[in-house]
Design a protein around this ligand. Structure first.
Ligand code: SF4
Ligand code: SF4
Length: 450
């Protein structure tokens, strides 16, 4: 086993006390619901409904376009009013299906499996794929793909990532407090796929109540245990978590399965339980609405596709005029300007901060203090990478392993000169990866033409 920690990382103010004790409240959408067809990594989903069609909750409205893609289901009943490009929380317009919500929530019948132990591996995989489950921690990688590694017998660890290291968010915390039994049932389902694996609930030590609860429920389970992790950001990042739990290191060109690991977020295990045991597709999830700029920080069970404005309203609205709005956390979230965009499968938080401390600071010249190197969990030299990015020195950037950056923002957070290191590095990564993709596509086309 690993040491429960990794090299580097930072300890930002976590703000979790604002919402962690707020029990989950279900809110049902009142207005139109919008489903982005690019909520996941991989090919966009293909619409299977047309304008004017009536749909029920749980009905497939877009199917996966290939293996690395995901099905999308309606989370309300009503009429399809449009299939067009709509703005999402990441600030881009993507093809989306709009449903005029009739407020009835007329649903398909979902069929429960009496005994999941009787299901074959293929049946479990099919149920997960059909339910449209993707990584709900934010990455959005289709779960059925992750759960079909080349050699399933080589999987030694199935890790439930319950670190929740991003400040403010309390979704996984509430899941462990309110649905621990279902999380364990979800883990048992995944373990049915991997005969040689053990299950690990990886939880940071700032959640002693969750650790105690899970340990108590798992005391007679010989295939599942709790691994206590040091509280440190980014403990929930996949590579850092694998190292903390197993002591094994991976780089950007490897998959967790290459070192015998499967890692999924807590909310994903809950979705797996829902799909395989209860027969319910992924149409809802937990979302935290919090921050100093929110009147009543809360945890909500929402229907995917609900407009963020409705979540904000349910949390009492803004206090005054907050300076910063984020979809996601302060370290890795997307800054936004308005809440009139739909939630997605990967949405975990709406954060509103009264003051935007980072934007108020003017960067000063680098003083070569080495702090960014100290905190980088990927062992990089962020100050140098940022300079290479500004100068568009692609080859040098790659030579200094810039593509290994996990975009955690620890360097920016730790920099006393307030250099926008992560923004420069992210931009450069995007530039290089886009070029590589275009090159690969060109070569493929040329190969096909020969
Ligand atoms: S260089 Fe990348 S991985 Fe390293 S601290 Fe900065 S954002 Fe994180
Ligand atoms: S932390 Fe900031 S000031 Fe220090 S070396 Fe890195 S970029 Fe320069």
């Amino acid at each position: 086993m690993g040491s429960g920690t990794f090299k580097g990382g930072v300890h930002p103010y976590d703000g979790k006390e604002l919402s962690k004790y707020k029990q989950v409240r279900e809110i049902l959408p009142k207005g139109d619901v919008i489903y982005s067809l690019s909520q996941h990594i991989g090919a966009p989903s293909k619409p299977v409904v047309g304008q004017g069609d009536y749909v029920k909750c749980g009905q497939v409205i877009a199917e996966a376009d290939g293996f690395v893609s995901a099905t999308v289901h309606a989370s309300v009943s009503g009429k399809v009013s449009a299939i067009e490009r709509r703005l999402n929380a990441t600030g881009i317009k993507v093809l989306s299906i709009v449903i005029e919500n009739d407020g009835q929530f007329t649903s398909f019948d979902f069929h429960e499996t009496a005994d999941v132990n009787t299901l074959s591996k293929e049946e479990i995989g099919k149920k997960i794929q059909e339910a449209g489950i993707i990584g709900l921690g934010g990455a959005g990688f289709p779960t059925h793909v992750k759960l079909t590694p080349k050699d399933p017998d080589k999987i030694k660890y199935v890790i439930a990532n319950c670190a929740e290291c991003e400040p403010y968010v309390t979704v996984d915390y509430r899941r462990m407090i309110e649905n621990a039994e279902q999380l364990i049932a979800g883990m048992k389902i995944v373990l049915q796929l991997f005969d040689n694996a053990k299950g690990v609930f990886a939880i940071e030590d700032n959640k002693p109540d969750c650790i105690e609860k899970m340990q108590e429920l798992l005391k007679n389970e010989d295939r599942i245990e709790v691994q206590i992790l040091h509280t440190k950001y980014p403990q929930g990042a996949e590579r850092q978590q694998i190292f903390a739990v197993t002591g094994l290191a991976i780089h950007s060109k490897q998959l967790p399965a290459d070192v015998g690991c499967i890692v999924d977020n807590a909310e994903t295990f809950f979705a797996i339980y829902n799909a395989v045991k209860l027969g319910r597709p992924l149409i809802e999830r937990l979302v935290t609405v919090t921050g100093g700029g929110i009147a009543d920080p809360s945890n909500f069970l929402i229907r995917i596709g609900t407009n963020f404005s409705e979540l904000l309203e349910a949390a009492g609205g803004f206090i005054g005029q907050p300076e910063k709005l984020l979809f996601g956390g302060p370290m890795m979230g997307f800054a936004g300007t308005c809440t009139d965009v739909p939630t997605m499968k990967t949405t975990s938080m709406l954060l509103s901060l009264l003051t935007d401390e980072m934007s108020a600071l003017t960067p000063t010249p680098c003083i070569n203090c080495g702090r960014c190197v100290e905190v980088c969990p990927s062992g990089l030299v962020p100050s140098r990478l940022a300079k290479q990015a500004q100068r568009k020195q692609n080859a040098d950037f790659e030579k200094w392993n810039g593509l290994e950056c996990i975009e955690c923002a620890c360097c920016t957070y730790g920099c006393p000169a307030k250099q926008p290191l992560v923004s420069d590095i992210k931009l450069m990564k995007k530039r290089i990866l886009t070029k590589k993709r275009q090159q690969a596509a060109r070569e493929k086309k040329e190969g096909e033409a020969k």
